[in-house]
Design a protein around this ligand. Structure first.
Ligand code: NAP
Length: 199
């Protein structure tokens, strides 16, 4: 399969790349992408990426900018970082990408446990995680040409556990292999409309 991986250089993206590159052709994308550049907060940039990468069998998004911060201090603009980034960025990858994705192709988006289990400072992140989960369930029933869509929704991942330990007290980090398996299930099986919770 030819797989377009957005956020390929990130903590989760690198692990996705390592696994999928064993079997598939991977096009690595991000703002400083090694194969193609994209800023998911900009629909024009997404359009250009799809025009540059032909015949895609699967799109995986492992990025999603959003703002953490105390609810009492978050501004409207702070909320819009996640709304434009993690939410509309991923929505636009599907909205625009459905015209470029091959028949039987799949989209796999990324949200996170904060959709279900908020922590202090997560209101703006929890909001968009929940929105993307709901979007994917709804888009799954309308995508044409046998295209599929799923979301991988991990808890704190092992490779980030040390850095985020103070923010996620008592959360069990998910081993990276389990996290990557969510993406493998989404891409390599026939499921659609699923939120794959890796908790
Ligand atoms: N880490 C965790 O424990 C964890 C747990 C649950 C959910 N998540 C979610 O998983 C996703 C990835 O997290 P991560 O920790 O792997 O992130 P990360 O290490 O910060 O990596 C982010 C990746 O996305 C790219 N990127 C950033 N902004 C972008 C933009 N506007 N357009 C295109 N690419 C962009 C970065 O590359 P460039 O700088 O080159 O753009 C990089 O490749 C996020 O949505 C996060 O909320 C993470």
């Amino acid at each position: 399969m030819k797989i377009l991986l957005i956020g390929a250089s990130g903590t989760i993206g690198k692990r996705i790349y390592d696994r999928f590159a064993q079997k598939h052709e991977i096009v690595q994308a991000s703002r400083t992408g090694s194969d193609v550049a994209v800023d998911i907060t900009d629909a024009v940039s997404i359009q250009k990426m799809y025009e540059a990468v032909e015949k895609i069998d699967a799109v995986i998004c492992a990025t999603g900018p959003a703002k953490f911060g105390p609810f009492g201090e978050l501004t409207e603009d702070d909320f819009y970082i996640g709304i434009r980034g993690k939410m509309m960025g991923q929505v636009d990858l599907v909205r625009i990408g459905q015209r470029y994705l091959n028949d039987d192709g799949s989209f796999t988006l990324t949200t996170g446990i904060l959709a279900d289990d908020p922590i202090v400072g997560s209101t703006a992140v929890s909001l968009v995680n929940g929105a993307v989960n709901s979007f994917a369930m709804a888009a799954a029933i309308e995508l044409l040409r046998n295209q599929r869509i799923n979301v991988v929704c991990p808890t704190i991942v092992a490779d980030s556990a040390e850095a985020y330990a103070d923010f996620f007290p008592g959360f069990d980090p998910a081993p990276m292999d389990r996290v990557v398996n969510g993406y493998v299930r989404s891409v390599e099986t026939k499921i659609t409309g699923r939120i794959l919770r890796i908790y």
